[in-house]
Write a protein that binds this ligand. Sequence first.
Ligand code: AMP
Length: 251
Amino acid sequence: MINLIIFGPPGSGKGTQAAKLVKKYKLQHISTGDLFRYNLSNNTKLGKEAKKYMDKGELVPDKVTIKMLKDKVESSGKVAGFILDGFPRTIAQSKALDKFLKSRKQSVSKLVMLDVPDEELKERLLERGKTSGRADDVNPKIIQNRIDVYKNTTYPVFNYYFKDRNAVKVWGVGSLETVFKRLCFEINDLEVVKKTKKLAAAKRARAKKATEKKSKAKKTSTKKASKKKAGPKLKTAKPRKKTSSKRAKKK
Ligand code: AMP
């Protein structure tokens, strides 16, 4: 199981990069922000509760968020792993996640943080606000509050995982592809990813061999069939030479 955390301040590109990583590593993407917005648009009890905090750029209480995350993981069925985007955002959430994964005989494989300077974050969020329809992307005060909450409450999560040496910072400024390559470089370094890749390569090789064997068998059987259709080869009789005795008779 690969359990990645894509981490970083609001506007650092977590969601965009997570969508690309999910495709490459065949993982299940869980974004707590998206889950809250889904509940909000469906006017659920959870959505109504979360709205009070989201509108102000505050964090939704841990208890509510942790439960939502666990429910989502548990209902995800058989997957190769998860990319958690926007979770954990507090130390309490990190501890709850570790405990939850441990109960499933798993752990966090790696936390990759997208490092982006504040000024760039503000610009990106205001730009996104023009089209995203997200109320928390429009107001500069709310944007600033989200960045402050990140620095004060969320950033310590990086240090929490860094202690176990499975947290890295990746420079999050550059083209989408460049940042993606930087992330992949860090993820490919994981033992669990190397092992998965090896297994996949072996599986591909086995499949290739089987198809080659099949097509070889097919070729031989069509050759045999066409021979059968043509019937037995008839020997063309050679013109008989006149024998000398015949010639002698004629004379
Ligand atoms: P995001 O889309 O990740 O920027 O999240 C949007 C908003 O959802 C945040 O500003 C919080 O109000 C709420 N939210 C998302 N994830 C969490 C979390 N792990 N803990 C608490 N609140 C969260």
